[in-house]
Design a binder for this molecule. Structure first.
Ligand SMILES: *Cc1c(COP(=O)(O)O)cnc(C)c1O
Length: 390
């Protein structure tokens, strides 16, 4: 059996059609989109066509979409940019408890180093935040609320529209990190009611290093960089035309495959969850059964370390993740599962299998075969598990 890749939430292979679409802009179409001559004009046309396609996909105007280097930069630009622009009038921020570090860390930086007040919006056991709770946290000093759409660890799809209904009434800006939902479930900035939205190509079969931020017309923010008038001075730096074309192509393909992928991957994920939870005792699914990105399957194997399962599966040629890839190596349980109030014995034994277009039932059957002995062996060596069972 070839190696099995079940870590699509960390990154995905680039679709060959996307590679093909971007190649001309690495070769003869190499011009700088800011140049006045014909090379530049050709690049500019490709860049603006890509912007139009992407904007149409998420339901905004092309003038409201800004290219960045990816999700991390978009999140930072949204959080730091809005906060710094409003700082003299408003100094309060609210971020979700299960945010990606690309939102949490800039928010914490602003709180620790730039005198912002920061509140964390809690979530329930399935990872959902409540509009009532948000309403109790906002005040006239609240500059920005940032809550992610599809969670990278558990797949929970937040009801963003219910949350923006709270902030809109009070003229508070709302950002959502939609890196894990764009291209997998319908994402429309108007339906969500958001002012800012982050996305990236490499989680949906595009290349790394290209993403973007929707900034609703009229929303002001301070740039992170200075040094040119690219992206209307909000993101100076020569645009990656090949990257922009790739992102547009990625979304075009996602538009065609979203529904069939969703149905097929949900079926496979349900099959996998059902098998694993019936074959192995003391396993729970983290996250809701409905309102989720179905390809994200986060399972807790009580009493053992997720990291040990991951390493054992890696030896069998199976790639998955223990929680978020960015914090792998640390033995602390994931902040997402802690926020969902999972008991420590479960939170530490969490493994995320993230399925994708190449995933087959045969691959999952192979994992289903290899997993029980791994878990059994690790549990036999686990004093925590033995104690809990005695
Ligand atoms: C991967 C990811 C990011 C970071 O995006 P990059 O393009 O890798 O910088 C941000 N948020 C979420 C939810 C992610 O899954």
């Amino acid at each position: 059996m070839d190696r099995i890749y079940l870590d699509h939430n960390a990154t995905t292979p680039v679709d060959p059609e996307v590679v093909e679409a971007m190649l001309p802009y690495l070769a003869e179409g190499f011009g700088n989109a800011s140049s006045v001559h014909s090379f530049g004009r050709d690049a500019k046309v490709a860049l603006e066509n890509a912007r139009e396609q992407i904007a149409a996909f998420i339901g905004c105007e092309p003038s409201e979409f800004y290219f960045t280097s990816g999700g991390t930069e978009s999140d930072n630009l949204a959080v730091q940019g809005v906060a710094r622009n409003l700082r003299l009038r408003k100094n309060h921020l609210i971020v979700g408890a299960t945010e990606h570090h690309a939102v949490l860390e800039p928010a914490e930086h602003l709180a620790h180093r730039e005198d912002f007040k920061l509140d964390i919006l809690p979530v329930d056991n399935d990872g959902f935040a409540s509009p009532e709770r948000l309403a109790s946290l906002v005040n006239d000093k609240t500059a920005l609320v940032s809550v992610m759409h599809g969670n990278n660890e558990t797949g929970t799809v937040q009801d963003i529209a219910a949350l923006t209904a709270v902030t809109r009434k009070k003229n508070i800006l709302f950002h959502t990190d939609a890196v894990q939902s764009v291209g997998k479930v319908k994402v429309n900035v108007k339906n969500l009611g958001v002012d800012l939205l982050s996305l990236t190509a490499h989680k949906i079969y595009g290349p790394k290093g290209i993403g973007g931020l929707f900034i609703r017309s009229g929303v002001k923010l301070a740039p992170l960089f200075y040094g040119g008038s690219h992206e209307k001075k909000r993101r100076p730096g020569t645009e990656s035309v090949a990257g922009a074309v790739a992102l547009a192509k990625t979304l075009e393909i996602a538009g065609l495959l979203m529904e069939p992928d969703f149905t097929r991957l949900k079926e496979l994920a349900d099959y996998f969850i059902d098998k694993v939870t019936s074959l192995i005792p003391d396993v729970v699914l983290n996250g809701p059964e409905e309102n989720r990105v179905p390809q994200t399957v986060n399972l807790s194997f009580a009493g053992i370390e997720g990291e040990s399962i991951l390493l054992s599966l890696d030896i069998e040629g199976i790639a998955c993740s223990s929680g978020s890839a960015c914090t792998s190596g640390a033995t602390e349980p994931s902040h997402v599962l802690v926020a969902m109030d999972k008991p420590k014995i479960e939170a530490q034994g969490a493994i995320r299998f993230s399925l994708g277009r190449s995933t087959t039932r045969e691959q999952l059957d192979y994992v289903i075969e290899k997993l029980p002995p791994v878990v059994e062996r690790l549990r036999a060596m686990s004093p925590v598990y033995q104690k809990a069972k005695s």
